[in-house]
Design a protein around this ligand. Structure first.
Ligand SMILES: [Zn+2]
Length: 391
């Protein structure tokens, strides 16, 4: 048994508790959350300076791209980013790539991240995920705008999912983005992902994808013409969010990732198509690639379910949820800390279907325990000096 106390405990499923005492058993299971009283013997209580909350969930990451840290220039826009990443992704050999992924797996854990929704294009990270202290759900992602490759890519995607299942990791197929998949591959992977009941999908990360699908114009049309891509996706006359959500299973879980150029009309349409959408934000990646932030005020006004992720080190300087929250609170100063922490914990856990174990300090869960220091507890705000660590 451990008893842990701090200035405030944020259980997330209810209001923060001043001078709370959290009791956990030897496996980390929550036994009780009480309040410290002067009469209580304190010799067996660990006191910390700061606030305590459940373990962070990184709802969107690409661990296998960790070796690309500091290699891709900022503010290239998505079309430029894709060109850069395809040039550089395999410059390092497999062992080097695994070494970087292992380092950042441990780094994320030390920062307080206990579960990750991770995009994989290969089996590179599967062995380390089996050993990791972090719980991963792996989305095996497919993309290609070359129709003649479709059968090969479908088979590779299936083989990778099957391998993950044999290794005992949590895994399912998913689609990359509206602009990166020809029509047959898109339809087939969508059908397969629906069977698993969960999709993670890069949505409206750039205005160019709306321009392409609505008007058959803009940066993507230029990109398709310049590249060797023979089979560009068919424009729909509607914003790009429709490509996934027109005719989607209403009941599956969907993580829409980025949403940097999502309008209120897009939001209303999306919620009429599926009620289980989590609006997954990766603000540091958006600033890195497009230098633009998602419409957080609109999403909050609409009562959207918001989660947070880091994206990959090809478009971020770190894999740290506290840094993502700091970036949000720097730019949107009116968001209360409890709300930000809700995005980073229980909302992300629910999005990934793991809220029975993670996300709050409810009795019986094993959510991990995070200490955040240098919090302004008068204003209940993070400060530039706030750090997080696993306890
Ligand atoms: Zn991503």
């Amino acid at each position: 048994m451990r008893k842990i106390s701090a200035s405030y405990i944020f259980p997330i499923h209810r209001q923060p508790v001043k001078n709370g005492v959290l009791t956990i058993d030897d496996e980390g299971k929550i036994v009780e959350l009480s309040t410290y009283s002067e009469t209580e013997t304190c010799s067996d209580i660990e006191f910390y300076d700061g606030i305590i909350c459940p373990g962070f969930i990184n709802a969107h990451c690409h661990l296998e791209l960790s070796h690309l840290k500091n290699t891709i220039p900022k503010h290239t826009g998505i079309a430029g980013f894709i060109t850069e990443i395809s040039k550089r992704r395999n410059l390092a050999d497999r062992l080097e790539q695994i070494k970087s992924a292992k380092f950042y797996d441990n780094f994320m854990y030390l920062q307080g991240i206990v579960a990750v929704g991770d995009i994989s294009n290969s089996d590179l990270t599967f062995e380390l995920k089996k050993q990791s202290k972090i719980f991963y759900h792996t989305f095996v992602e497919a993309f290609s705008c070359n129709e003649s490759e479709t059968d090969t890519i479908l088979q590779k995607n299936q083989n990778t999912v099957d391998l993950g299942r044999r290794l005992g990791i949590s895994i399912s197929p998913t689609l990359h983005a509206p602009y990166s998949m020809c029509d047959r591959l898109f339809a087939e992977i969508k059908r397969r992902a629906e069977k698993y009941g969960i999709i993670s999908y890069h949505n409206q990360e750039t205005q160019a994808e709306n321009e392409y699908f609505e008007n058959n114009s803009g940066d993507f049309l230029r990109y398709y013409k310049q590249s060797t891509t023979p089979d560009k996706p068919s424009p729909t006359g509607k914003s790009s969010i429709h490509r996934l959500l027109d005719d989607i299973d209403k009941n599956i879980k969907i993580l829409l990732v980025h949403n940097t150029f999502t309008s209120e009309n897009d939001y209303d349409f999306a919620m009429s198509a599926n009620k289980n959408i989590t609006w997954t934000l990766c603000p540091q990646s958006n600033l890195y690639i497009e230098n633009h932030l998602p419409p957080i005020e609109m999403l909050r006004r609409k009562n959207a379910k918001i989660a947070t992720g880091t994206d990959s080190l090809s478009s971020n300087t770190n894999l740290s949820i506290i840094e993502e929250l700091l970036t949000i609170s720097d730019n949107f100063k009116n968001i209360e800390l409890n709300e930000l922490l809700t995005w980073a914990t229980v909302n992300s856990a629910e999005a990934l279907g793991i809220a029975d174990k993670f996300g709050t300090f409810e009795q019986g869960k094993i959510p991990g325990i995070v200490l955040i220091d240098n919090v302004d507890t008068n204003k209940m705000m993070l400060t530039k000096k706030s750090h997080s660590k696993i306890l």
